[in-house]
Design a protein. Structure first.
Ligand code: G3H
Length: 192
């Protein structure tokens, strides 16, 4: 039976600095996750032949680097574009753009960063990815929190409006097995 595995990139330098967006490298812990990932995937997937999909950002490729499978990069898997807030911390956004900060909290699904994207925008740009996923066999997707929330909501039949609030932890491999009665989920937390 076909499965889909999902993982966020390992912890990045920006994650440590609490900055959003950007294209930073993995932190030391992030690289530890990247080096453990092949073993974690193998334990979950066995011998099945996977294809790995990453975004075009450096942190997802560094995370997937040691995986012994064919890899494909998709621009459509890049993180939600925070526009003018790219590279800022949430505290900085609250000071510099207080109205935006509040508007986002009020309607996180529809809120679009000035010059950037909303969750709704991400859901729309993920449509070709979802269509391709439905056609493919076993795929491991290494991407970003906002993007994974939307993909996860789709397969779990959660209304997309709820996806911005879902928790997708770092350093955790999520296995989705679509079944007749719904999708079975297994979460494997890396020990780092
Ligand atoms: O850097 C962006 C985060 O992955 C998305 O988090 O939508 O909860 O601000 P947020």
């Amino acid at each position: 039976p076909r499965c889909i595995w999902l993982s966020r990139h390992g912890e990045s330098v920006y994650n440590v600095e609490k900055k959003i967006g950007g294209d930073s490298s993995l932190s030391a812990r992030g690289f530890q996750y990247a080096s453990k990932l092949p073993e974690i995937v193998r334990e979950s997937a066995g011998d099945v032949n996977l294809t790995v999909w990453t975004s075009t950002l450096c942190r997802t490729q560094q995370t997937a680097e040691s995986l012994p499978y064919k890899q494909l990069q998709w621009k459509a898997l890049d993180e939600l574009d925070a526009g003018v807030c790219d590279g800022m911390t949430y505290e900085e956004i609250e000071v510099k753009y207080p109205d935006d900060f509040k508007a986002r909290d009020d309607d996180k699904y529809e809120y679009r960063y000035p010059g950037g994207e909303s969750y709704r925008d991400v859901v729309i740009r993920l449509e070709p990815i979802i269509m391709e996923l439905e056609r493919q066999e076993n795929i491991l997707i290494v991407t970003h929190q906002a993007v994974l929330r939307c993909i996860y909501a789709y397969f779990m039949n959660v209304p997309q409006e709820e996806s911005p609030w879902m928790s997708i932890p770092l350093h955790t491999l999520i296995k989705l097995e679509p079944r007749a009665y719904g999708t079975e989920v297994t979460r494997i937390k890396a020990d780092i």
